[in-house]
Design a binder for this molecule. Structure first.
Ligand SMILES: Cc1cc2nc3c(=O)[nH]c(=O)nc-3n(C[C@H](O)[C@H](O)[C@H](O)COP(=O)(O)O)c2cc1C
Length: 465
């Protein structure tokens, strides 16, 4: 504990020196104290001849000092925004190393890095054209992180700090469960795709509620102790937090599972998602049928509405659907969404199909859901279809295969108010986020849109005179 506190004070001191150009005060008191103590001891003890560090060590130390001086010189001649851009760009150097690791191990490492603040923090404001109000909440940009990356809400602050407009945690199941045996995540690198059959590995609602509760408390304290505008954004900070609910593999009452999720987690969520579309939990996708979905939505809405809510009201409720549905299924879901006054649909989860050219990849034969680039066309087609069927009356989140600002723009023009991604982040790393936002802003401005809202469903609107 003491050494980790000392190490973090040391990091803070160095970071402060680099960012503000203030003098670096050297090691933290605990470390400095330890050194002082060792000097005092050696003053009375027989002097020990310390051998010079080996040549390699000297070279490495020299290189690090050189880098620190160069970094310091660079920071002192540049502003915070440029430095921030440089930090994001520099993650591109580390990314290829992640690609060498086992996919799930690399993912664990990435979540851990984000949880411990070892990822860049976006300090530059989002372009105003990207701002959008949805469900009475202000999103500074419409690009979100999809469910499955931070299944247990370990790294919400770090992930929002990367510059996402919103982050969705989960899927969270009521009881903890291991998920399917490993390996269960496979990279189809040549296609920018992934096949996964995680099967809702989850630490369960109790652990996740504890984490979100701690964060919620911290945010409340910041709100009361600050006169600034921290009230902007959602319950988890300046960004918006979605909580995605799942069901346990062995549970026979799916409705009861989702209701448990609502009771434990909805007070921390800016929006809630019923996930009925993972291909890796037996029987789950049958809940997308008209009768089952109608009953499930009613049960969950009732559970949410019976709880006590402050003036900002209960969190909106969304359903996440699969891209592998028949026209009849889509018609049924649209009818339920409209009749139940659902707040939104997320379109889509991974696909059990193997769209070409990814079908030819040897790992395409692995069981599970496919995500990433090859999913883009299929999920966008379902999004377009659903936008038409719901007459633009239900908020849609477009998800599946987004790798660029142009892709996000296509989803928006196809009817999405917000956009999510996952697989592209696994391949592109943090540098992807500012790039996508800048490209999206460019697309909007290029085509004369003054806001994201103006561009939603633009493909279906008559051209402006
Ligand atoms: C490894 C992995 C785990 C996922 N886990 C979940 C999950 O727990 N719940 C969920 O709703 N979606 C989950 N997804 C689906 C994503 O949220 C997203 O819908 C899908 O990957 C398509 O987006 P993408 O092409 O940008 O990755 C997972 C995806 C991947 C790749």
């Amino acid at each position: 504990m003491a050494s980790s506190a000392a190490a973090s004070a040391w990091r803070r001191s160095l970071r402060g020196a680099l960012l503000r150009g203030s003098p670096w005060r050297g090691p933290a008191p605990a470390l400095a104290g330890a050194r002082q103590a060792s000097r005092t001891v050696s003053a009375v003890a027989v002097p020990i001849k310390v051998p010079p560090p080996p040549r390699k060590g000297r070279l490495l130390t020299g290189a690090m000092i050189g880098l620190a001086i160069a970094g310091g010189a660079y920071v002192s001649t540049t502003d915070e925004a440029t430095f921030c851009g440089w930090l994001f760009k520099s993650t591109e150097l580390v990314n290829p190393l992640f690609a060498l690791l086992d996919a799930e191990f690399a993912h664990r490492l990435a979540v851990s890095a984000a949880a411990h603040g070892f990822v860049p923090r976006e300090k530059r404001p989002d372009p105003p054209v990207l701002g959008i109000e949805v469900w009475g909440r202000n999103f500074t940009n419409p690009i979100g992180l999809a469910a499955g990356f931070d299944k247990n809400a370990e790294a919400v602050e770090g992930l929002l700090g990367l510059g996402f407009g919103f982050v969705e945690v989960g899927s969270v199941t009521p009881q903890p469960q291991e998920g399917n045996p490993k390996p269960r995540i496979f990279r189809l690198k040549e296609h920018g795709a992934v096949v996964n059959r995680c099967g809702f590995n989850s630490e369960g609602i109790v652990v996740v509620a504890k984490r979100l509760g701690a964060q919620h408390g911290k945010r409340k304290m910041e709100e009361t102790s600050s006169s600034s505008d921290v009230k902007q954004g959602g319950k988890a900070g300046p960004g918006i937090l979605g909580v995605n609910l799942g069901k346990n593999k062995t549970s026979e009452d799916a409705g009861a599972d989702y209701v448990q999720g609502v009771h434990s987690l909805s007070q921390y969520a800016d929006y809630l998602v019923i996930n009925v579309s993972s291909p890796n939990t037996p029987g789950l996708r049958a809940l997308q049928g008209r009768k089952q979905l109608k009953e499930l939505v009613k049960k969950v809405q009732d559970a949410r509405d019976e709880m006590q809510w402050a003036e900002d009201g209960p969190p909106p409720l969304l359903v996440k659907i699969a891209p592998d549905l028949s026209k009849q299924d889509l018609e049924d879901i649209a009818a339920v969404a409209l009749a139940s006054k659902l707040d939104g649909l997320i379109i889509s989860n991974t696909t059990i199909s193997r769209p070409p050219p990814a079908d030819a990849h040897p790992l395409a034969q692995e069981a599970g859901g496919l995500s990433g680039k090859p999913l883009f066309d299929l999920s966008t087609q379902v999004l377009r279809d659903m936008y038409i069927r719901t007459g633009g009356k239900v908020t849609l989140i477009g998800c599946g295969g987004v790798t660029s600002g142009e892709d996000a723009y296509k989803k928006i023009r196809s009817g999405a108010t917000l956009v999510q991604l996952y697989t592209a982040l696994a391949y592109g790393g943090p540098a992807l986020i500012p790039r996508i936002k800048a490209e999206l802003a460019e697309c909007l401005e290029r085509d004369g849109f003054k806001s994201v809202q103006e561009a939603v469903g633009a493909d279906f609107k008559p051209l402006k005179a």
